[in-house]
Design a protein around this ligand. Structure first.
Ligand code: GAP
Length: 436
């Protein structure tokens, strides 16, 4: 039976460190606020989440192509996009303890920590600024991109022409983004360096509201397919005060994290705002030519913008369970097997009678296709528990019966039941269960 857990975030952070999912960045120097490193298990989970998104966006449809644009872009991009002028958060400082807060997160007019007097709100631009080349002056200032979307807009016609796409079509991209957040926190939920999975869908003006609804449904369904429980997902519509400077309408997909309902993905109707501004600032004609109707127009854009790190935290929070098994607590991550970091663990029951050699041969056959793990140390029960904690869906054990009939046991993480499978059939057995 699942037990409700105490401080879930503490448990996730501690499990993440212990089992190589997420480490604090630069830990030996005391760490650096809001920066995290993915360990051997975390990096696999992150890759699988991205792969699942990429396949559903780029492989399984004919109307979306992918790109991988540079993080550093021409500085005028950020003037045109409105980020230089508008990508700000209101900030207040405590005159007494010198702490800094986002003004919109504070109730009342006193410091929530020490009760001190606060400064008046000032607008703080969230973009990281640095210099390109050896001369450090304003002319050489550049920004780290705060969203990946702009790399898609400036390449809109390149992609359309190179891949002969007709509207409606989309361009997808996964990559790092940077924001100098005033109050990062909640582990990997809000950080200053993070990864986005963004897709911009170019449509004919007038059809935008219909595609907006379609993308809302598609994206919600994606999280369910990823294995996130329906009751932990909901939409939140942005009111006029919440809308980003580029958006005509916006909905967030929210997840119920251990610290409350929070945004997981944004779906935005960006109209022709970005392309129109890039046309204006670059002086280049960015209109699409419809060769059927002979019309030229700037398309509208429906954007789906998800955070990789936030999705990973969602997957962990959604999957973490503690269960009573024979009087002991079993910690298990019930992650969708298709995105589990390690797919199959292989164990010889004992270290003799040729079992290690058979197990190694089985692993060698499977690891060309799946991330596997070979473990020979400790009692078999402990080996199972170690895999449960990182969400490995299947454990194979080579035992004395294997020596007689070449079958192995395959133990299922969720039911803990074991089945005998012929070792020659293992790849077939796993195909439907594990392939994305
Ligand atoms: N291009 C539109 C855009 O960037 P956003 O709502 O600001 O929209 C989209 O961000 C998603 O990126 C968020 O839903 C979240 O998953 C992720 N994200 C944004 N800021 C983040 C941060 N500081 N740390 C981690 N993820 C972040």
């Amino acid at each position: 039976m699942a037990k409700s857990s105490g401080n879930m975030m503490d448990k996730l952070v501690s499990l993440s460190k212990r089992r190589g999912i997420v480490f604090q960045s630069s830990e030996i120097y005391g760490g650096i606020n809001s920066c995290w490193d993915y360990g051997p298990v975390g990096v696999e989970l992150k890759r699988n989440i991205k792969e699942f998104w990429w396949r559903s966006m780029v492989f399984w449809r004919n109307d979306i192509e992918g790109i991988d644009a540079s993080i550093i872009m021409h500085p005028t991009v950020w003037k045109a996009s409105g980020h230089v002028d508008n990508f700000t958060d209101p900030m207040v400082d405590c005159k007494q303890c010198k702490r800094r807060f986002r003004a919109d997160e504070i109730e009342g007019d006193k410091c929530p920590v020490c009760g001190g007097e606060l400064t008046k709100p000032r607008q703080f631009n969230l973009m990281f600024k640095t210099f390109m080349g050896p001369v450090q002056n304003e002319t050489n200032s550049i920004y780290l991109r705060p969203e990946t979307a702009q790399g898609i807009y400036v390449n809109f016609l390149n992609v359309q022409k190179a891949s002969r796409k007709k509207i409606p079509f989309g361009v997808a991209q996964i990559g790092k983004a940077f924001r100098n957040e005033i109050t990062p926190g909640n582990f990997i939920f809000r950080t200053r360096e993070f990864e986005q999975m963004e897709m911009q869908y170019f449509v004919k003006p007038g059809t935008d509201e219909e595609f907006f609804e379609e993308w809302k449904a598609t994206r919600m369904a994606w999280y369910k397919e990823l294995g996130i429980r329906s009751e932990k997902l909901r939409f939140h519509q942005h009111g006029p005060d919440e809308l980003a400077h580029y958006a005509k309408a916006a909905f967030d997909i929210e997840f119920e994290f251990p610290f409350g309902w929070k945004e997981l993905e944004g779906i935005h109707n960006r109209t022709d705002f970005d392309l129109r501004r890039h046309q204006e600032f670059s002086g280049k004609d960015l209109r699409y030519f419809d060769d059927q109707t002979h019309e030229r127009y700037i398309p509208y854009v429906i954007e789906t913008s998800a955070g990789v790190d936030r999705t990973l935290l969602t997957v962990l929070s959604n999957a973490y369970q503690e269960e009573e098994v024979k009087g002991e607590t079993r910690v298990v991550l019930k992650i969708n097997p298709k995105i589990s970091p390690i797919k199959i663990a292989v164990f010889p029951l004992i270290k003799k009678e040729g079992m290690p050699e058979i197990a190694q041969k089985i692993q060698a056959d499977l690891q060309r296709k799946y991330k596997t793990f070979y473990d020979i140390s400790g009692a078999i029960g402990r080996r199972y528990r170690r895999q449960d904690e990182i969400g490995t869906p299947y454990c194979i054990t080579v035992d004395s019966q294997t020596l007689e009939d070449q079958t192995v046991t395959v133990r299922d993480r969720d039911t803990m039941e074991q089945q005998r499978v012929a070792s020659a059939q293992l790849l077939n057995y796993f195909r439907d269960k594990l392939d994305i």
